[in-house]
Write a protein that binds this ligand. Structure first.
Ligand code: SF4
Length: 434
């Protein structure tokens, strides 16, 4: 028996517009985790469509496709092609979990929720010829039930050709988030508590990766559990790695933690600032105090030799057209080595989606545009066009040569890492996005 697991690429209409560098389109741990959950007597192959076209004539018995909202249009196209050929198609991931009925129109069966436990049940049912239309996880898997991903299942052709090839691996050490932000479905999908995998299992996984240049932790918050994170960072020190991860600004107030991050090889921390215009959810502090807090936190990161990669979202109801300049100037003045700008996106399953849908403000329903780079709803204080133009301006301005020089000279934290990465985005924007 054979299973083909697919990480879908972009829908053809956007693929032409957004020619992302393939070597950076890593597939994360979802499909390698499914491969690890599969009994060893079943052959599993993972295909990354960004790097290798789908072979619809495959002899695989089961086709499994992971679906994020922005990839749903393409995932459904692939699923439909396989179904036409009589294949057994399974769809899973965040999008089918929040919209299982929609996904089931393109699949033989839909996995709802995290796969641990139900994937094994589905495979048994397949072998016994009595598969259900939906497989729903009744609980969140316990941390020790999350297996070490089987990365060896990734088809070598799916790794892409690289001009220069630092060996980068992605890991996930925890799941869940208690914050339940209006625009995010992580809490809905992964639950409202942090589930940190056993530290020994994480270390074992890292050792199994062999020699790597960089490790990216895909966790939304690698410090969700401070005690476990500290224990983990201590055990990471002897491995002499370079790593990047994400956390909240609040956790970065702890100097002991920052010191351990630095000593364990953290070179970049992704921090979600998100908005400079909406009040803090809990204690509606004044903007000036917040800006001061943000500056100080980024300075702290720099003091511990960690680069700051801040995330911002445009399009909240408190944002008018001044938000773009205000945000970019802040990120420049704080000398952030990197910034990710996004357009607010009402992903299905979120409170934001419900609100905007009720207000009749969503005007695009094609999921391929739900990628954080397109306005799919009418913002309150500007037009959708102004939102898209302001977003594009922010990226080009932040990654302009003058801005790169100013920020990196200002921080001087790790220029040998920051300069190539910034120039990469500068050239990507210049040549790959018309
Ligand atoms: S945006 Fe970040 S903090 Fe908010 S719910 Fe999602 S993962 Fe949690």
């Amino acid at each position: 028996m054979k299973i083909l697991l697919i990480f879908p690429g972009l829908h053809h209409s956007l693929a032409k517009k957004k020619r992302r560098h393939k070597e950076f389109q890593l597939i994360g741990t979802t499909l390698p985790t499914l491969a690890a959950l599969t009994p060893p007597d079943i052959e599993v192959e993972i295909l990354n469509e960004y790097n290798h076209p789908v072979n619809y004539e495959t002899d695989a018995d089961i086709i499994g496709i992971t679906v994020m909202t922005s990839h749903a249009s393409r995932a459904y196209e692939i699923a439909d092609e396989f179904k036409k050929r009589g294949k057994f198609v399974v769809l899973g991931g965040i999008h089918p979990t929040v919209l299982p009925e929609e996904a089931s129109k393109h699949a033989t069966t839909v996995v709802i929720g995290e796969a641990e436990g139900i994937w094994e049940e589905l495979l048994k049912d397949f072998q016994n010829g009595r598969v259900k239309k939906f497989y729903k996880a009744e609980r969140f898997p316990l941390p020790h039930e999350i297996p070490i991903p089987k990365r060896g299942a990734l088809d070598p052709k799916s790794r892409g050709k690289r001009l220069f090839s630092p060996k980068i691996e992605i890991m996930q050490v925890s799941r869940g988030c208690p914050y339940n932000c209006d625009f995010c479905c992580v809490t809905k999908f992964f639950g409202n508590t942090y589930r940190f995998r056993p530290v020994d299992s994480i270390i074992k996984e890292i050792k199994s990766l062999g020699k790597i240049d960089y490790l990216f932790f895909q966790d939304d918050n690698i410090v969700g559990s401070k005690a476990q994170a500290k224990e983990f960072f201590k055990k990471l020190i002897p491995l002499k790695l370079k790593w990047a991860g994400g956390t909240t600004l609040g956790t970065l107030q702890d100097d002991e933690l920052l010191d351990l991050m630095n000593k364990s090889g953290c070179i970049t921390m992704f921090v979600g600032i998100e908005s400079l215009t909406i009040p803090f959810a809990k204690n509606r502090t004044y903007l000036e105090d917040r800006l001061e807090y943000y500056y100080k936190t980024i300075e702290k990161l720099h003091n511990f030799k960690i680069m700051a990669y801040a995330s911002f979202i445009f399009g909240f109801d408190t944002d008018d057209t001044k938000v773009f300049e205000k945000t970019v100037r802040f990120a420049q003045d704080a000398c952030c080595e990197g910034a990710a700008f996004h357009i607010l996106t009402p992903y299905p399953g979120t409170k934001l989606y419900e609100k905007l849908d009720k207000e009749g403000r969503i005007f695009v329903r094609d999921w391929q545009y739900y990628d954080g780079e397109h306005a799919v709803f009418h913002p309150k204080l500007m037009s959708a066009k102004e939102l898209e133009e302001g977003f594009e301006w922010a990226i080009r301005e932040f990654y302009s040569v003058k801005s790169i020089a100013k920020r990196i000279w200002g921080s001087r934290t790790r220029p040998l890492f920051a300069i190539p990465w910034n120039l990469f985005i500068y050239f990507d924007r210049k040549f790959n996005h018309q």
